[in-house]
Write a protein that binds this ligand. Structure first.
Ligand SMILES: *Cc1c(COP(=O)(O)O)cnc(C)c1O
Length: 356
């Protein structure tokens, strides 16, 4: 750190992403990427002609993609915002709304929320999840603070019902409520139908998980027109070309081929349920998941020990420090064959080791 860094950033701890090994020798089940390739139309769209067009700036209005998303999800184009990953959108939301009244989120949730709160000097009101990792939605009602909830939640995989979300949105009319639906395509009830009813609701989504486009960096959000206008103001005040031409194009292709996404999500959900059964048989406690990952623990072996034993056998998962999460590993759901290999290795590890 240099002595020039703004004082309030000096003690700030940045978000720590999951490992991205340079060699692909691992079965990679650690960052909730999709094991299937993007929609076939994506590869077909990557032509020399499109590469030639990289000399031109991308469309700052992102109109083509916003129109396609609006049509697929039956909203107006003015209700759609797109960003360079949903992280980019969350950044704008915290920039816009967190400082005024402070921001509430759970103790065990997506790690970026607390980073953004610190970045923008917002007072964070952190509600612990209950012992079973469920979220008591009543704590978020009538708060008059910005609320950010991942639904389904990460890394637990648990979700709230639409009526619980609606209660939070309805009872905080003077504050913005953000529902981060990064995993909604794998289960759970979307809050999207509520955006026409509540001007304080934002639904944030990503192409990274269900659409197999983590490396393209593309996120989208739905909200009332006024909130979308706020976000556009901030985007035009920082980087109006934040989404590159190729990503815009490939995003459109993916939306056009939405059936492919539905099919791959269905496959992942089926593999998830098979894996839950196997892990439970082996003796794991598995939190019921509406996502493309599982949060699970095994008696007598810590999350870190499981992580290390799996890594030694060529499988990457994620474990988290922290009193309440240290016993668990988070396992991204891969293909059937990847998960068969994973359960095979897990059987060996749980049978063999001395982890006292
Ligand atoms: C993966 C994830 C994101 C970030 O997604 P990007 O679009 O890749 O930036 C946001 N929120 C949650 C809860 C996630 O798990």
């Amino acid at each position: 750190m240099s002595r020039f860094l703004k004082e309030s950033y000096q003690a700030m701890r940045a978000y720590v992403p999951g490992e991205q090994p340079r060699d692909m020798a691992y079965i990679k089940l650690n960052t909730n990427e999709n094991p299937y390739p993007p929609a076939p139309a994506v590869a077909q769209a990557l032509t020399a002609g499109e590469v030639e067009k990289l000399r031109l700036y991308s469309d700052p209005t992102c109109l083509g993609l916003r129109e396609k998303l609006a049509s697929l999800y039956a909203v107006e184009t003015e209700n759609v915002f797109v960003g360079n990953g949903s992280d980019d959108i969350l950044n704008f939301l915290f920039m816009a709304y967190s400082r005024e009244k402070g921001v509430a989120f759970a103790d065990i949730t997506y790690g970026f929320y607390s980073v953004y709160a610190t970045l923008y000097g917002a007072e964070a009101c952190v509600f612990p999840l209950k012992a079973d990792f469920s979220l008591d939605y009543t704590e978020y009602c009538c708060l008059n603070k910005m609320v950010v909830i991942a639904n389904p939640n990460a890394p637990t995989g648990l979700s709230l019902s639409l009526s619980q979300i609606e209660e939070i949105v309805k009872t905080n009319p003077e504050a913005v409520v953000v529902i981060d639906e990064a995993y909604i395509d794998f289960g759970g009830e979307s809050a999207l139908p509520l955006i026409s009813k509540y001007e304080n609701l934002v639904v944030v989504r990503t192409f990274s998980k269900s659409r197999s486009m983590a490396g393209a960096r593309l996120g989208y959000a739905f909200a009332g027109k006024a909130i979308i206008a706020d976000l556009e103001k901030l985007r035009y005040s920082t980087n109006p070309y934040n989404i590159n031409r190729l990503t815009l194009l490939l995003g459109e292709k993916t939306v056009e081929e939405n059936d492919y996404t539905l099919q791959t999500c269905e496959k992942i959900v089926a593999t998830r349920e098979k894996t839950v059964l196997r892990l439970t048989e082996i003796g794991f406690t598995v939190i019921p998941s509406k996502t493309n990952f599982l949060f699970a623990k095994y008696p007598g072996i810590s999350g870190k020990q499981l992580y290390e034993a799996l890594k030694a056998k060529g499988i990457l998962v994620r474990h988290f420090a922290g009193e309440r999460t240290k016993d668990y590993i988070r396992i991204t759901v891969g293909t059937d064959s990847q998960m068969e290999r994973f359960t095979e290795i897990i059987r060996e590890i749980t049978r063999g080791g001395n982890y006292a």
